[in-house]
Design a protein around this ligand. Structure first.
Ligand code: HEC
Ligand code: HEC
Length: 605
């Protein structure tokens, strides 16, 4: 067996595995978990891209070497190991920069030296292993800090196995096709990465393919699809051919992106997306050394730096940006990217190529213009929904209440599954760190929502939900509140009936009434219940004075009446009094008894 080639393939798997799992995946979530806001997140990711692009050119200029590659892997390992503890902006910027810089050096060095170590089949195998690994269920579904440690492990393995020796490569694998010029190839791959990143963003945020229909068995399938299509692409390139691969990858990704827009065809996306991504990734890694026409090492490095810098970092940032603002992969973009890929690969006549390129750019500019118009005409609710998507709320909140489950008591009946999946985008959400939001418009007032976004911990001490106060520095916050306030309103009547029918099962009273009151009620009603809590000034009507009244909603409480218990559990819809849906019946009974005592004290005076 070819020991060197095996090592090289494993090294590719380690470097690209690290890239996927850390730079593309867990890092973003760790930034959010570290409390960074949306703008800060963008800045950090921008710095990472700058690090990636500049370091690629830097290492091409300083000349690629084993030492550079090994150092980069070491820095990458340290960076990902530190990432789970990031919480300050300067530290996050440093980590972002180092992650980008180490990847820039590693990918360019690797692309330059690969040809000394192995043939194209092994490039396919290595890429397939990297992608396949990242899609294994226990890697893909691990939480972000675990993913960062896995990435650290990959970088360390890469460091350990980086080959030292060189091997004379027999030149059987010379390209049999005329080489493509750098700018064409950059255009081709930029279009592909852009399309891929946009589709991937939609898959992750829109249809939540990870959940529901996309259980662990699909991850195994995705992993296998990545693996085998990368190997096939490697075998194809070993014949000296590459040109058809980008076109094939585009076609596959184009169908996958079209299919993502409809729930009925979603499954097609699941099958095609991994194939398209693997095919072009293998071609991208192999192009500088084998197909760029470069004769000397440093030519290879420069070309790799330019290609990875522009196509990789710039393409993916734009793809994600486009998906975030449009919520889908627009058809015009699929066409424009197709024109870019096919024309730059097939049209060898310079003039016709340029005409097509200009045509593509015009479509693009025209559409960007349209896009702007679109945004302005959207309603606050629609804009708020985009804020919901781009802020990643779906990572912690679901919008789906399982029919006939215990959740129906807590949140009310949600919209039917058909209605939910007919939404565009589908926002079911698979993680449930926080309450379900499908009926939040009934359960919480706008004023409450706003104050809760500004300071979640004021209402729920220890809440892991980050503050979103920055959204209120422009319209995004109010748009988001408008969107949430609209959720579930069709269910309003049913919800009122459901609440009216509710009775606590248990009425044993605990002796921690005072503590419970100070945890759940005092921010608004004040520690003594006089309606003068620290948040009291933020609502339409001041919180009721629970000691002296007047009592509007709970007047002449008669003890067999469950009305007061209902108010505590479900709030008073239409007012700022929120529900406390998740409290147990016993806690509700305790609170009820406590506030009845408050009144008695007053009456006894
Ligand atoms: C890190 C996870 C996390 C993220 C991210 C997050 N939330 Fe929350 N959210 C929670 C948890 C936990 C709660 C329950 C505790 C509380 O009320 O703060 C909650 C509560 C809420 C509530 C109150 C629900 C109720 O029934 O009382 C709303 C509304 C809400 N979140 C909306 C959002 C929106 C909108 C976003 C995105 C801008 C978001 N959350 C992001 C975890 C999160
Ligand atoms: C976010 C602030 C807030 C919190 C937290 C809150 N309340 Fe209220 N509550 C209000 C407001 C505002 C009103 C007045 C509603 C109206 O009439 O518009 C009110 C009204 C009430 C009423 C009705 C009084 C009447 O007029 O008959 C009761 C009872 C009550 N709250 C109990 C509680 C209890 C018990 C808790 C804690 C479990 C609690 N509230 C938590 C804001 C709050």
């Amino acid at each position: 067996m070819n020991r060197l080639a095996i090592k090289a393939a494993a090294l590719i798997a380690a470097v690209y595995g690290y890239f996927l799992i850390f730079a593309q995946f867990s890092f973003v979530e760790l930034i959010r978990a570290g409390g960074m806001n949306h703008t800060e997140e963008k800045i950090i990711l921008g710095v990472m891209a700058v690090g990636g692009i500049s370091s690629g050119f830097f290492v091409a200029w300083r000349e690629v070497s084993i030492l550079w590659l090994k150092s980069a892997l070491m820095v990458a390992a340290i960076t990902s190991a530190l990432a789970p503890s990031l919480s300050h902006m300067p530290f996050a910027l440093l980590i972002g920069f180092l992650a980008g810089a180490s990847l820039g050096v590693a990918t360019v060095s690797l692309a330059t030296m690969l040809k000394d170590w192995c043939g194209l089949f092994w490039v396919g195998l290595g890429t397939g292993l990297g992608y396949g690994f990242c899609n294994l269920p226990w890697v893909f579904q691990a939480d972000p800090s675990q993913q960062a440690y896995i990435a650290c492990g990959l970088a360390v393995i890469g460091w350990l196995i980086t080959p030292k020796e060189k091997q004379q490569q027999e030149l059987s694998e010379r390209s049999t096709e005329p080489s493509l010029n750098l700018w064409r190839i950059i255009l081709t791959f930029t279009a592909l990465v852009w399309l891929d990143s946009a589709a991937f963003f939609i898959i992750q945020h829109e249809s939540e393919m990870k959940s529901g229909t996309w259980g662990a068995e699909h991850l195994w399938r995705n992993s296998a699809l990545h693996f085998f299509s990368a190997i096939l692409a490697g075998l194809w390139m070993a014949k000296g051919k590459i040109k058809v691969l980008p076109i094939l990858a585009w076609a596959v990704l184009a169908i996958a992106s079209l299919a993502v827009n409809h729930t009925s065809t979603l499954a097609v996306t699941g099958w095609l997306y991994p194939v398209g991504v693997s095919i072009y990734s293998v071609a991208l890694i192999a192009w500088p050394a084998w197909f760029s026409g470069a004769k000397m090492k440093n030519q290879i490095s420069w070309r790799a730096a330019a290609l990875f810098g522009i196509a990789g970092w710039f393409g993916s940032a734009n793809g994600i940006g486009m998906a975030q603002s449009l919520e889908n992969v627009p058809n015009w973009f699929i066409v424009a990217s197709g024109i870019a890929v096919i024309s730059s690969i097939l049209l060898t006549d310079k003039r016709s190529w340029r005409i097509v390129a200009i045509f593509g750019i015009l479509i693009f500019i025209f559409q960007i213009g349209n896009l702007h118009g679109d945004k302005i005409s959207k309603s606050p609710i629609e804009r708020g929904k985009q804020v919901y998507i781009s802020e990643g709320c779906i990572n912690c909140h679901s919008q789906y209440i399982r029919p006939n489950s215990a959740d129906e008591i807590l949140w009310g009946k949600g919209p039917s599954l058909e209605d939910t999946t007919a939404q565009k985008p589908v926002l079911i959400g698979n993680r449930r760190h926080g309450p379900d939001l499908s009926t939040i418009g009934i359960r919480r007032s706008s004023a409450w929502l706003k104050q809760h976004f500004i300071d979640p911990q004021a209402f729920a001490s220890g809440s892991p939900m980050p503050s979103y106060s920055h959204l209120f520095s422009d319209d995004r916050g109010d748009d988001l509140v408008a969107y949430l306030s609209s959720l579930g309103m069709e269910q309003y009547g049913d919800r009122l009936k459901q609440i009216a029918a509710w009775k606590p099962n248990e009425m044993t009273v605990g002796n921690d009434g005072k503590d419970r009151f100070s945890i759940h009620c005092a921010v608004c009603h004040g520690t003594t219940g006089h309606g003068d809590g620290s948040m009291a000034g933020h609502f339409q009507k001041p919180p009721a004075n629970l000691v002296e009244g007047p009592f509007i909603w709970s007047a002449e409480e008669n003890h067999s009446d469950d009305r007061l218990a209902r108010i505590i559990k479900f709030g008073i819809p239409g007012t700022d009094m929120p529900g406390h849906e998740t409290l147990s019946d016993q806690v509700i009974a305790t609170l009820r008894a406590y506030i009845l005592d408050l009144r008695k004290v007053q009456n006894g005076k």
